[in-house]
Design a protein around this ligand. Structure first.
Ligand code: ATP
Length: 643
């Protein structure tokens, strides 16, 4: 509470109870948040602002807070609905030119200088003289316009988009143009990760409640209450990642009422539980000593979360909460076959794997990735898929997240049935000696899997932990054992033109990891060997439309100097045999050393289109990998590499 800054984030006039939230107020708090690098201060600024929004919302109005939150995280709806911002540079340049009367050449030159379209928009507005004072922008107006822009598609949509953007920009004052343009681009870049937004939301709700009930807590009690509220909010949101549902419930029932009102709900995909890597069976036994655990095949396909609503609707969602029913119409046809009549509503977790329909042999992920991604027609499908279910999270009105895995697995087996070539349960073995694990691992690899997933089976430690990379799930891949090294998911942020025969494509690429806390991409290596001509051509086609004049403001460049920059969007899985410290790259800087960590001899494995740039490997994981390697080398008596 000592950090509260409600007067600092307020604006002068024009915002009474029941008024729509003025966009100028939101832009003001964005600017304040952007201006500080301190995380706590960012959170308290946002908390103060959200408190103002709650105070000034009319009774029963949850939209003001909801739309404010969406604009803070630069989204328009829950992820699974799939309406996204991310307007290209050229269209924005055109709109900025049109709304401010500057020529395209001038706007482009400004972008070269500033490197930030938001600033270009702001500069362009400042240099423009206006006769009339435009009507002030409001949060609902901006929100509705952003939504209309992202939903319009087809032939004439370009002109329509430019015209809406032009109109909005014409009404902008002060900092507003900067943030509107950045929102349109798809990234606000104020260093406010979604996690801090959840914390601020929880804090604001507690403070509003305190004002409302007029009950003042002591400083110690309030601090504790704020911490608990933030934990509750994060837990609720990972189970039900939809502000559309969480915010009205929060305003209605308060933090303490959330648990009752917001539960895992079929139709709203939850953030999946993830696993930690392990390098040796010994490590598994150290971790799970004296505990019951199970080993399952780690199938090499794509994660699929399958939902059935009480009304019978079935949905399949990706690891990223995207709706996959258009990509897998065949799965949609197959699914009813595996459900017993007793499974009225459910959510189960599974892996979709390519399979040879005659031999029923599993095929590698490369085969699965040959399938078209959109508007697939069942009759055109060449690559068949089989689902391997490994967890049941919800059944007939009840969330099972806080039940031991052994029970969840039993229920899964009771309420579903194996359909050869279409549906099976993940193969498992509950054996717990090194020999048993070793032979099951070999068997899994022989059967076309990546290795094993090893999971805690009993007690609280085996509860399903949405969105967590948990130590209660370990992955043991054959690659790790072969000593080949670990794989990372990295974002392609830059390109280097090729030489010789390759001058028409990029010959090498700059990769980055993603720091979710600092909301920035950190460069990690240049990758250029091992690509076929054909692959280079394909990468060129995918990346060319993402070219940018300058590195985007949220890329921590370091000393890397690629020929072109890209919008951070495409994720590649890359294998490395070795990590080293580097004066050029910025990944994990400050975590193990002042220098960054870089990959030596990186090798491209595959495109990860089931991951978005925000899901790329984070700096902590990279630091962990580096330290592990250093430890292994010192144990092995090798010299530690540097430089
Ligand atoms: P990876 O590159 O290993 O797939 P990831 O970051 O996508 O990494 P991890 O937590 O590392 O996810 O590995 C778990 C993934 O393995 C799951 O997301 C799922 O798609 C897949 N998988 C295959 N078989 C299983 C299984 N039996 N249990 C859980 N996950 C499984």
């Amino acid at each position: 509470a000592a950090l509260l800054k409600t007067s600092e984030v307020d604006i002068q006039g024009g915002w009474e109870i029941g008024d729509p939230v003025p966009y100028a107020a939101l832009a003001k708090v964005f600017a304040l948040i952007e201006a500080t690098t301190k995380r706590l201060e960012k959170t308290s600024l946002l908390t103060s602002f959200l408190l103002l929004v709650i105070r000034r919302s009319a009774p029963g109005d949850s939209k003001s807070l909801l739309q404010t939150i969406y604009l803070c995280i630069n989204k328009l709806c829950p992820d699974y609905i799939g309406i996204e911002l991310g307007i290209g540079e050229s269209l924005l340049l055109k709109a900025i030119g049109e709304s401010t009367g500057r020529s395209l050449a001038v706007v482009k030159a400004d972008l070269k200088k500033e490197g930030d379209l938001g600033l270009v928009a702001k500069n362009s507005k400042n240099s423009q003289r206006t006769l009339f004072k435009p009507k002030p922008l409001t949060v609902p107006f901006v929100f509705a316009n952003l939504k209309e822009i992202s939903m319009s598609s087809g032939h004439s949509s370009q002109n329509k988009k430019v015209s809406i953007i032009t109109k909005m920009l014409a009404a902008c004052q002060g900092e507003e143009a900067k943030y509107i343009v950045r929102s349109l681009e798809g990234k606000l870049r104020i260093g406010n990760a979604e996690r801090s937004v959840l914390v601020a939301l929880a804090h604001a709700a507690v403070l509003a409640e305190q004002e409302h009930t007029n009950k003042r807590l002591s400083k110690e009690k309030l601090t504790l209450r704020l911490e608990q509220a933030a934990e509750i909010m994060k837990a609720i949101y990972s189970e039900l990642p939809s502000y559309d549902l969480v915010i009205p419930a929060l305003l209605d029932a308060g933090i303490d009422g959330l648990k009752e009102k917001c539960k895992l709900t079929p139709g709203v995909p939850l953030k999946p539980m993830l696993a930690k890597p392990t390098k040796a069976i010994g490590e598994v036994l150290d971790r799970f000593e004296n505990k019951k655990f199970t080993c399952e095949y780690k199938y090499d396909g794509e994660r699929a979360q399958v939902h059935k609503l009480p009304d019978g609707t079935v949905g399949v969602f990706s690891r990223n909460s995207e709706d996959m029913s258009k990509k897998y119409p065949d799965l949609m046809d197959q699914l009813p076959h595996c459900m017993q009549d007793t499974a009225k509503s459910f959510v189960f977790d599974a892996e979709a794997v390519a399979i040879d329909p005659t031999s029923e042999k599993l095929l590698p992920f490369q085969e699965l990735s040959r399938r078209k991604r959109k508007d697939v027609k069942v009759e055109d499908i060449q690559v068949r898929v089989c689902l391997f279910a490994f967890d049941l999270l919800y059944l007939n009105g009840e969330s099972l997240l806080q039940r031991p895995l052994v029970e969840r697995r039993e229920l899964l087996r009771q309420h579903f049935r194996v359909v050869p070539g279409e549906f099976a349960f993940a193969k498992s073995s509950d054996g717990d000696t090194t020999e048993e694990i070793q032979s099951f691992l070999e068997e899994s690899v022989k059967d076309g899997c990546e290795g094993l997933m090893i999971k805690m089976l009993e007690s609280e430690a085996s509860y399903y932990e949405p969105s967590r990379r948990s130590v209660n799930w370990l992955k043991l891949k054959k690659d790790y054992l072969a000593g080949v090294g670990d794989s990372l998911d990295l974002v392609v942020v830059g390109g280097y033109y090729g030489k010789g025969k390759r001058t028409n494509v990029y010959g090498a690429f700059l990769l980055a990891c993603y720091d979710a806390d600092g909301e920035e991409y950190q460069t990690i290596c240049k990758i250029g060997t091992g690509f076929s001509e054909e692959a280079l051509q394909q990468h060129y086609e995918a990346l060319k439309p993402l070219e940018l004049t300058n590195p985007r403001g949220d890329i921590k460049v370091g000393g890397a100097k690629p020929d072109v920059w890209f919008e951070p969007q495409i994720v590649w899985e890359v294998l490395t045999a070795d990590l080293s410290l580097s004066p050029i790259y910025t990944a994990a800087q400050g975590l193990v050393d002042e220098r960054g960590v870089s990959l030596r001899f990186p090798r491209f494995l595959r495109i990860r289109d089931d991951k978005s740039a925000d899901d790329a490997t984070g700096p902590e994981q990279i630091a962990e990998m580096y330290e592990r390697q250093a430890l292994a080398q010192s144990k092995g008596g090798k010299k530690k590499k540097g430089g």
